[in-house]
Design a protein around this ligand. Sequence first.
Ligand SMILES: [Zn+2]
Length: 346
Amino acid sequence: MSLRDFITRLPKAELHVHHVGSASPRIVSELAARHPDAGVPSDLERLKEFFTFRDFAHFIDVYLAVVDLVRTPEDLRLLTYEVAREMAQGQNLRYAELTCTPYTSVVRGIPIQAYTEAIEDARVAAERDFGLVLRWIFDIPGESGIPAADATLDYALQHRTDALVGFGLAGPEIGVPRAQFTPHFDTARAAGLRSVPHAGETTGPETVWESVRLLGAERIGHGCSAAEDPELLAHLADAGIVLEVCPTSNIATRAVDRIEDHPLRTFVEAGVTVTINSDDPPMFATTLNNDYAVAAGLLDLDERGVADLAHAAVDASFAPDDVKARIGAEIEAYVAGFRRVATDTP
Ligand SMILES: [Zn+2]
């Protein structure tokens, strides 16, 4: 079995993956057929062409086109359920924390009650039908500033479901100081939500420091520029703050110039806990399986090393303890089965 095959069949968890950003051409074609006036092709081949990653500006076009197709609670339910199907059936995921941006749907006319009902309906169905446990992270779209932060906090507190585990911050980092969101994160954390902002993707290590000191980050989305600051790396390692690394995304967004320059190895050598993630996989022409293979290449990992990456994601997740134990045991059973096959094969 090749390492790629091993990765494909390995039970996994994913912690940094966006809801709308996970819409595949197949899912978008269903949404486009529902809303022909949006001008998005519903023909799968044409959609695949539209999805082909060209540059960051085109990625934003694709992302916004999909945002515009999610117009009703039923669209949201379909998107969420079908994303879950692809996670379970394509990537062998057992657990995922899906980052949702309810603000962008609410400003487009879906009331927050209908929003949470739709994603919850899909979550329950996905667990029943695909054995995938889903949890939510509500994130602030940073470019929309304080009004979006106020609204997102309100959704998280007033429309909380048991499946909401985290509070995040995404969007551009340049010109969006982290400090302004300190009160929102303080309140969210006081209500038991875990702090998981993006930081250090397109700005320097100071943004990661701010996220740790001002936002109480327990995990950092990306954190690429932390590699430039040994003191920060030591702090992340000592405090057990986890990096959600998204190798292919980092190349697509030019957070990192070339894959051979990716700081993943620097993180690991500094003792920082890393997890591997796909961010917006269809839009960056990747999959979680592919990102594991890229990470294995960067870290020279064998099957055991790859399985340890899968464990790291389970351990760093906010899943219930019984779910963590179940997936951890499943990973080990899979590794043991692989070893038996490897030993039996002459
Ligand atoms: Zn992200």
